[in-house]
Design a protein around this ligand. Structure first.
Ligand SMILES: [Zn+2]
Ligand SMILES: [Zn+2]
Length: 149
């Protein structure tokens, strides 16, 4: 059981690291054409950028299926990635971008810091001058600037 929780956490933490990296170097790099639809949203509910959600979701489902019979590390890592994806969806898509009208304004200090950091990421609609690519790991300054803005 301990190992299960450990692999689940590893899956979660790896996703934050991996998605930070892919966001900074790939999405704001060679795949900007796709990710741009999230920064320069025009019309319609879906963005071409949602393809990344399908990709990450596909990786999680594949791991879960591969590890399902043995209930080994692949299964739990897949669960960790799914948990990450679910929380990412609620924070990034619902709370910050209001794709669903479920959550109001961010109520805790941490959620306000996440929101602020991601708003900063969206300050630019361009490929090269963006900041703050992660989601859950928030730079300290977004906590200390509470009250400003
Ligand atoms: Zn971006
Ligand atoms: Zn965003």
């Amino acid at each position: 059981m301990m190992m299960a929780v450990l692999w689940l956490l590893i899956g979660f933490v790896l996703m934050e690291t991996f998605s930070w990296w892919i966001h900074k170097y790939v999405m704001h790099g060679v795949l900007w054409k796709i990710h741009k639809t999230h920064h320069q949203h025009t019309k319609g509910y879906f963005e071409l950028n949602d393809l990344f959600t399908l990709l990450f979701g596909g990786i999680a489902v594949t791991l879960i299926l591969l590890g399902a019979s043995a209930l080994d590390y692949r299964f739990w890592m897949g669960c960790g990635i799914s948990l990450y994806g679910l929380l990412y969806f609620f924070l990034h898509d619902v709370l910050i971008h209001k794709r669903l009208n479920l959550l109001g304004r961010p109520k805790t200090k941490y959620l306000r810091a996440i929101t602020k950091a991601h708003r900063d990421h969206h300050k630019t609609n361009e490929k090269d001058d963006a900041v703050s690519f992660g989601l859950f790991i928030v730079p300290k300054k977004y906590f200390s600037e509470e009250g400003k803005n």
